[in-house]
Design a protein around this ligand. Structure first.
Ligand SMILES: Nc1nc2c(ncn2[C@@H]2O[C@H](COP(=O)(O)OP(=O)(O)OP(=O)(O)O)[C@@H](O)[C@H]2O)c(=O)[nH]1
Ligand SMILES: [Mg+2]
Length: 380
């Protein structure tokens, strides 16, 4: 699972990346700070089932802390886009090839209106403009990739052959047959512009992070923006970095929604943290960074988290580790599809699944639910 961070320069993409991964990448108010993409691991969270089973997890990937399970996802932060990037303005748009395989994109906007579309300081800039031009630039980039890959093809006349061929030729964009088929129901391939736009919309949905929400003008703009954009979450990447850093230094205990002071704070840090509390946590309940990641995966993509185990009674893998894995799969995934996800061999030799809660057998076509725990019985 790859999540792409996109937006104009100075919106806070790298700050969001840093807040989510705690990798110390360069951030600054100078536009085009990021040239080469930053790639790292972030986590989506669920309330872990270990409490329900009254056990302690031993995760192979990620962690389980205070009843929250952290499931790894890949995060990619790219350079800033400006109007005309597709014509080579700024640093162009070729760097977007690094997010070709992303399943979902988080558009980071500077909700404060204190930077223009090129990321330079200004006042009262309307963030709506930034949302709209960015979408256009992404669509133009996507169309250019589609064009490049299918322009010279001889297209088959049968619809099913066409779907197979297009998916294959566009596999670099991470599109599925189902997404190609859905798009073809609306537009023909000859109508390249609309076909590409629709395929982009379906295969790389957006969510907006209204960033710098700690600033007063952002809070005013956000009130207006949220009426027009439903998939928008107020975020303060900088606050999240400050809170996580203070927590790492044992100065505060931060639980994602509030914090408690447990160490000696110098006065500057105390003022900073008090500001974050009153302007971000008390008003918006969190810094929004984790919510953005969770919403992208569980709401926008409609994925579910499923725990595979080798032993449905003990909830362990073959080495005795309790609830070692959690796998993110699209809602609607069947038991057999899930077996393939865990391991190709398990898919090929699949006999049945077993629900660890009920101990009932789950057939190949059984659709899994969020937080299911299953074991897979397979042949020799
Ligand atoms: N007040 C405030 N400032 C922020 C926040 N997030 C980022 N910034 C500041 O915004 C500026 C730009 O941040 P970056 O993360 O470098 O922005 P970017 O989108 O990666 O920019 P480019 O790499 O140039 O495209 C920096 O000065 C950050 O400190 C936030 O939540 N609140
Ligand atoms: Mg950056």
């Amino acid at each position: 699972m790859i999540i792409g961070l996109i937006g104009k320069p100075s919106a806070g993409k790298s700050s969001f990346f840093k807040a989510a991964t705690m990798i110390d990448v360069k951030t600054s108010s100078v536009p085009f700070t990021t040239i080469n993409p930053n790639k790292g691991v972030a986590y989506v969270t669920i309330d872990c089932i270990c409490k329900e089973f009254n056990t302690t997890c031993k995760p192979k990937h990620g962690v389980c802390k205070n009843g929250k399970r952290y499931i790894p996802v890949n995060l990619v932060d790219v350079g800033g886009l400006i109007p005309g990037s597709h014509l080579g303005k700024g640093i162009g748009n070729k760097f977007l090839d690094d997010i070709r395989q992303a399943s979902v994109m988080i558009q980071i906007i500077d909700a404060s209106g204190m930077t223009d579309e090129e990321g330079k300081p200004t006042e009262n800039f309307d963030p709506t403009k930034e949302i709209e031009f960015l979408r256009e630039e992404i669509d133009l980039w996507f169309e250019s990739v589609v064009k490049r890959n299918i322009e010279k093809l001889k297209l088959p006349s049968s619809e099913s052959d066409l779907i197979v061929l297009l998916q294959e030729k566009l596999s670099g964009l991470g599109v599925t047959r189902n997404e190609v088929s859905q798009t073809l129901q609306k537009y023909t391939i000859e109508d390249m512009e609309n076909f590409s736009k629709e395929l982009r919309r379906i295969s790389k949905p957006f969510i907006i992070a209204a960033n710098k929400i700690d600033l007063k003008p952002s809070q005013e703009n956000y009130e207006k923006l949220k009426k027009d954009y439903s998939n928008m979450i107020p975020t303060s990447a900088e606050s999240e970095i400050a809170l996580k850093k203070a927590d790492e230094k044992y100065l505060i205990k931060y639980n994602g929604n509030s914090f408690e002071i447990v160490g000696e704070l110098d006065s500057a840090r105390k003022v900073g943290l008090e500001y974050i509390k009153s302007q971000v946590l008390d008003k918006f309940n969190s810094t929004g960074v984790q919510e953005c990641l969770n919403k992208s995966v569980f709401d926008i993509l409609n994925y579910i988290a499923v725990y595979p185990v080798a032993d449905a009674n003990k909830l362990t893998d073959k080495d005795g580790n309790k609830l070692p894995d959690v796998i993110l799969v699209p809602n609607g995934t069947t038991m057999k599809e899930f077996a393939f996800k865990v391991h190709t061999e398990l898919g090929n030799k699949f006999i049945t699944g077993v629900d660890a809660r009920t101990k009932l057998r789950l057939g190949a076509d059984h659709q899994l639910k969020h937080k299911d725990v299953v074991s897979i019985v397979f042949g020799k």
